[in-house]
Design a protein around this ligand. Structure first.
Ligand code: HEC
Length: 188
């Protein structure tokens, strides 16, 4: 049902997803609700492509292999090849490099994702699918390092943290065309 409370809740969620600036651009427009404060927003992890928002902590592929075996393997396969089983259905995470412009594109983290930082954001927020948000920051960095190392995007010896992760150049980083629609300025 539509209620002012629900609508205000929706606005708050919207403000937290975009930026404080967006909320401030429409002060008092609806006459209720309050702008989300920095502490309110701190409860939500939001990592920008350039690494802003990455938490402290670190991890490498060796540690990540353990996290993967414990928390990811059942759905994404022992070789990160994915698992098509019904009800599990984890995507393939590596391979497919150079396939995107072919008749049989294989979209994976390795072949498709433009930013390594998005991988941290997504994994920390949404995975494991069965217990999202349960990974520590160290475990999230470690499993990200493992996925990137298995995809030969980084060396197995490299440690991922808030400084090193944003410097990782993803293979498809330059494969996207900027979208010039003006309303997208809200999200930049
Ligand atoms: C219970 C099954 C399950 C487990 C466990 C699981 N995943 Fe997933 N994962 C999924 C499903 C299902 C999707 C697709 C979700 C969607 O499209 O909304 C997915 C998507 C992903 C993606 C995005 C792939 C893409 O190209 O879009 C990544 C990265 C990922 N998982 C990493 C992990 C990591 C790392 C772990 C362990 C910490 C993990 N997953 C554990 C089921 C699982």
């Amino acid at each position: 049902m539509f209620t002012p409370e629900r609508f205000a809740g929706g606005l708050l969620a919207l403000a937290s997803l975009s930026t404080v600036a967006y909320a401030q651009a429409m002060p008092g427009r609806y006459g209720f609700g309050t702008p989300a404060t920095a502490p309110d927003l701190a409860r939500f992890l939001t990592v920008q492509p350039d690494g802003r928002g990455l938490p402290p902590g670190s991890g490498n592929a060796a540690a990540g292999a353990k996290v993967y075996a414990q928390s990811c393997f059942a759905c994404h396969g022992d070789k990160l090849q994915g698992n098509p089983a019904k009800g599990i259905g984890g995507d393939r995470l590596i391979g497919g490099r150079g396939s995107l412009a072919t008749a049989a594109p294989v979209k994976t983290v390795e072949s498709y994702w433009p930013y390594s930082t998005t991988l941290f954001d997504y994994v920390k927020r949404a995975m494991p699918f069965s217990a999202p948000g349960s990974l520590s920051d160290d475990d999230a960095y470690a499993v990200v390092a493992y996925i990137l190392a298995e995809g030969k995007v980084i060396k197995p010896s490299e440690t991922m943290n808030a400084q090193t992760l944003p410097k990782v150049m993803m293979p498809n980083r330059d494969g996207f065309i900027p979208d010039s629609r003006p309303e997208l300025d809200l999200y930049r």
